[in-house]
Design a protein around this ligand. Structure first.
Ligand SMILES: N[C@@H](CCC(=O)N[C@@H](CS)C(=O)NCC(=O)O)C(=O)O
Length: 214
């Protein structure tokens, strides 16, 4: 059985978990916090979560995990059948990951963990995110999902990026991302209604509440 290592508060963990649930995989979760130390590096060489354990070994990096899971159960597809549309989806995921997710994470400590804002970093991040948002507007159709009438891998990946990137942009720059990405708000609301997304989101909220309480 697949083992998913990580913790519920992590948005990357949420991406993998929701994907496992949507594809109806049999899996179990193992709570672990990220750490750059042995023996965890054996599972995840950058010391990050999530990672998974399958019969063949360990895998980390969310997009690699999602690709692998998709290839294990192609009969319940969450990617397009033809090569070009699949590559377009990969392009969209990469755009969201590099120019929205990773960039917004550079100022996340200020928004979620009470750290001081590094204004120089914030000044560097914003122009990249502005371009990322404009690129996404070109790449995603929001009709009503990112790439058409069915949810695909890109929707699950991007939803959990924007779940954090939106409050980050709002707090750091007073920037409502949905003002610059037409369709973003409605799409997020649609995603949030999916039963598996709701389940994972409720667990995330409960984990955050627990952390705050204790
Ligand atoms: N590129 C990684 C990012 C995962 C990630 O940033 N995970 C966070 C938890 S949400 C983590 O492990 N942080 C610890 C660290 O960066 O050392 C992926 O795609 O899985």
């Amino acid at each position: 059985m697949i083992k998913l290592y990580g913790f519920s508060m992590s948005n990357y963990h949420a991406m993998v978990k929701v994907f496992l649930l949507e594809k109806a995989f049999d899996f179990e979760e193992v709570y672990i916090e990220p750490s750059y130390s042995e023996p965890f590096l054996e599972l995840s060489p950058m010391g990050k979560v999530p990672c998974i354990e399958v019969d063949e070994g360990y895998l980390s990096e969310t997009t690699a995990i999602l690709d692998f899971l998709e290839s294990c159960l192609p009969e319940e597809p969450l990617v397009a059948a033809d090569n070009f549309h699949r590559a377009q989806m990969a392009q969209l995921i990469k755009t969201v990951e590099l120019y929205i997710g990773i960039e917004s994470a550079r100022v996340m400590g200020y928004v979620f963990f009470g750290r001081e804002l590094n204004q120089a970093v914030a000044d560097e991040v914003k122009p990249t995110m502005v371009k990322g948002a404009a690129a996404l507007q070109r790449l995603a159709s929001f009709s009503p999902y990112m790439l058409g009438d069915q949810a695909c891998m890109a929707d699950f990946f991007a939803y959990y990026v924007f779940l954090l990137a939106r409050p980050v942009a709002k707090k750091v720059w007073g920037w409502e991302l949905a003002d610059d990405i037409a369709g973003l708000d409605g799409w997020m609301k649609l995603m949030a209604q999916r039963p598996m997304v709701k389940l994972v989101d409720d667990e995330r909220k409960a984990a955050i509440k627990n952390m705050m309480a204790g």
